[in-house]
Design a binder for this molecule. Structure first.
Ligand SMILES: Nc1ncnc2c1ncn2[C@@H]1O[C@H](COP(=O)(O)OP(=O)(O)OP(=O)(O)O)[C@@H](O)[C@H]1O
Ligand SMILES: [Mg+2]
Length: 647
């Protein structure tokens, strides 16, 4: 038995019956005053002449007093509440422990290495609380691989070591292939925050590239330097400290391509509404008509922005002989009305449709060639050389993209002012853009890896893609008429299934497991479940995922809602992690409370570059709109304003 087990009093002793899968623990009286559930414990034994240290997390504890179970005694209890000399004194506390990670070494001056438990200690073997000191000793050999995101669920004194490995070369600390991850939990459970912790962990590896698909704009705000949420995590400062180039792309910073996307954006922008066309079928016909005309004409998608082009398109639509109007409307009355509408528009240079067209044309315009297409962005992420590998955030949020439009100056002011309630950046547009990203990534990862192989390199693309709100793109059920949705989901499933070996891993963040496609959930290897999935179907999914041990599920259900704490500083953000997430993991989940943002940076000794406060405040109108939208961007306080704000 190892020496260090003598320092502290044991919390329990190995009891009976025990097996290598499940050990009975007799809890010592002296330990009954301290929290044991959720704590990490360890005990020692000798196996094949080696010192073995078995660790585990206590998931439940039971108290029995057999006197209290006797009917005759219940009569005394009924009146007195306790039985003299028996209540309390004859209580027996037992706990069960499923062994987690097991370590062994040949002698005390060797580092510990992973081991498989193949024997059992004698009954009465002392079980100790695992201290940080002991844990550090067990981890000595793999210290450089470790990363910390929180403390053991039942013991604030111990931080849980985790693995956040990149997907690249194992000789450079990588996993050699990608793995997929999932972070789930109710809104407010701290998913995005944990995801940022893990991302910061990945960002330490200069060999890894990261893309965040950001439908809420939260990551985009983070890297732009806005304070997001209350965790105190200096995300931007960490990225800067690590020397990690971070780039944000809004939709207006991407050059869109392709007729299909064009038709969709055209509808998203409300060009059909500007023409007073209402029915879904009629709208679709209009979109087809416009793209057909462009295909047949001398101009192209990336050069059709000028007003004359749209004039020509409108004239062709209205033209009797071409018959487009007849395709849009079957009956005469609306046909005439549409022709009239077009006449009116052609005679009215200030009509709002010109602004709509201008913006549409801008999104697809080639311009001076500086705006990158999705394909180019994807390639620049995946094929970037080590040391220059970026963290790219694709901001698909409405507030973020509206702000971009404002940043473009007065060019599109007419469009903005005409119709505030118009959804310029609809979900359907998001889906099309994401489809393009996923299919480009899927294809390019394979192309890049096979090209490298031919050149004699075995380097994979070592890229992580983070998806917030994953159910929007890969829901368990897609509406029967949602063709885009079906296509996107199929593409995502295909990617998740096939890109692992090319070093492309997917990281999903979502509020439920049940809302997410089943196959995707099955392909996930590392999962983190936060507060809030303790009922019905969701609980079943959790149970399925972690292997169905009642005690694990029970401990998970004991999680308290972070929102239920009085003071913000007392808040806890509990997590259950499953899969090869930690050197302490075995076939059971691990339980921890996430660090606060500041503790996180400190504990991992992350370099935080605190030099730049955001110098440019967001324009008032944007701040107001963000406030209205209920996003979690915190307003700047007066004390944070730069001193020279008034010049
Ligand atoms: N570990 C933590 N320590 C301190 N504060 C935290 C922690 N995790 C989350 N928070 C804070 O709690 C709030 C909610 O967290 P977060 O936005 O990460 O939750 P979420 O699960 O992503 O919610 P949603 O589903 O609405 O996106 C934020 O203000 C965040 O800063
Ligand atoms: Mg979130």
């Amino acid at each position: 038995m190892s020496q260090d087990h003598k320092k502290e009093a044991p919390v329990a002793a190995i009891g009976s019956p025990s097996s290598t899968e499940e050990l009975a623990l007799d809890v010592m009286d002296a330990a009954s005053g301290r929290r044991l559930v959720g704590s990490l414990v360890s005990f020692g034994l000798t196996q094949e002449g080696r010192d073995v240290c078995v660790t585990g997390q206590v998931t439940g504890i039971e108290m029995r007093n057999r006197w209290h179970e006797l009917d005759v005694m219940k009569n005394i209890i009924k009146t007195d509440g306790t039985i003299p000399f028996l209540s309390g004194r004859q209580d027996v506390r037992t706990a069960t422990l499923s062994p987690g990670a097991v370590f062994s070494r040949a002698s005390a001056d060797e580092p510990w290495s992973h081991e498989v438990l193949g024997s059992l200690p004698p009954a009465g073997t002392p079980v100790m609380r695992l201290t940080q000191e002991k844990l550090d000793e067990l981890m000595e050999a793999q210290r450089q691989d470790l990363f910390y995101v929180g403390r053991a669920y039942g013991d604030d004194g111990v931080s849980l070591p985790m693995y956040v490995k990149h997907f690249g070369d194992p000789r450079r600390g990588g996993q050699g292939e990608a793995y997929h991850s999932l972070v789930v939990g109710k809104t407010g459970s701290g998913k995005s925050t944990l995801a940022k912790f893990l991302l910061a962990g990945y960002a330490r590896h200069e060999d890894m590239a990261i893309l965040v698909v950001d439908p809420k704009g939260e990551f985009a705000d983070e890297i732009a330097g806005y304070a997001v949420g209350d965790s105190g995590l200096p995300f931007r400062g960490i990225l800067k400290g690590l020397g990690r180039p971070a780039r944000r792309y809004g939709i207006t910073q991407v050059r869109l391509e392709g007729y299909e996307l064009f038709e969709d954006v055209l509808a998203s922008l409300g060009l059909d509404r500007d023409l007073n066309i209402r029915g879904a079928e009629n709208k679709a016909e209009l979109a087809t008509a416009i793209t057909e005309i462009i295909r047949e004409s001398s101009f192209t998608l990336d050069s059709c922005r000028p007003r004359e082009c749209f004039e020509e398109i409108l004239r062709r639509i209205a033209d009797e002989d071409d018959g487009y109007v007849k395709r849009i409307y079957k009956s005469k009355e609306p046909q005439d009305a549409l022709r009239e509408e077009i006449e009116k528009i052609l005679a009215k240079p200030g009509h709002r449709i010109w602004a709509t067209w201008d913006f549409l044309g801008f999104l697809f315009e080639k311009g001076d060639g500086t705006r990158q297409t999705i394909g180019q962005i994807v390639r620049s992420i995946m094929a970037s050389p080590s040391g220059e590998r970026p963290l790219v955030v694709l901001d698909l949020s409405t507030p973020g993209n509206r702000r971009d439009m404002e940043d473009l100056g007065d060019r599109f002011i007419a469009l903005r002012e005409q119709d505030e309630e118009r959804d310029l950046f609809t979900e359907s547009l998001q889906k099309k853009v994401i489809y393009r990203i996923v299919s480009d990534m899927r294809r390019l990862s394979e192309t890049i890896v096979s090209q490298r192989l031919r050149e004699g390199s075995r380097e994979n693309v070592n890229t992580l893609v983070v998806f917030e709100e994953a159910h929007r793109y890969a829901p368990r059920q897609v509406a029967a008429d949602d063709e885009d949705g079906k296509k996107l989901k199929a593409k995502l499933i295909e990617a998740v299934r096939e890109t692992r070996k090319f070093g492309l891993g997917w990281f999903f963040v979502d509020q439920t497991i049940g809302g997410l496609d089943k196959e995707i959930v099955q392909q996930v290897r590392c999962s983190y479940v936060g507060y809030g999935l303790s009922m019905g179907e969701e609980l079943n999914s959790v149970r399925e995922m972690v292997g169905g041990d009642q005690r694990d599920v029970g401990l998970y259900r004991s999680f308290k809602d972070p929102a239920s704490y009085g003071r913000p500083s007392e808040k806890r953000f509990p997590w259950m992690a499953f899969g090869p997430v930690s050197p302490m993991a075995a076939n059971h989940p691990l339980f921890f409370n996430a660090f606060s943002g500041t503790d996180f940076a400190e504990f991992n000794r992350l370099p935080v570059d605190g030099t730049d406060r955001p110098l440019r405040l967001p324009p008032q109108s944007v701040a107001a709109r963000r406030g209205k939208g209920g996003g979690n961007v915190k307003a700047e306080s007066l004390s944070e304003l730069p001193e020279d704000i008034l010049g």
